[in-house]
Design a protein around this ligand. Sequence first.
Ligand SMILES: [Zn+2]
Length: 145
Amino acid sequence: MHADLPTDLERLRDVETYLSLQLDRALQQHARPGAHEELPPDRGRLEPVGRFLRTQLGRVRQQIHEVTTGDPGWLTDPATGWYMQHLPAGGEGGRGRGVLHRDGCWITEGTELDRDAAVLALIGVRDAVDPCEICLPERELLPPE
Ligand SMILES: [Zn+2]
């Protein structure tokens, strides 16, 4: 459960609808820069907006799943692939960081990895790679602590 999101299904659907509409507008802007004046016309500046909206939409849909099913583990099939999403550095001249996702996640962008590469990414350079908070790829890759 996400403490910042409602637990009432009707209110969750309201948020989902709003975010979906905003994401649609961002995608339209990407296809036709200038289509929506409230969004940056530059694709480089538009990208973080789209990424933020997709992430938020994923969290809302996860919450909807948990509220309607009582099941926090919405990804129950074994993962067959993993993806490394690359996030740019946020100031201080850092190197950026990676976020590891499994297949089936709402976020499907990034470099495809096999299981060994995904495990290495998590344990080898753990300071620069975070497991996704939505799809929890580490559940299948690392032994329980
Ligand atoms: Zn993910």
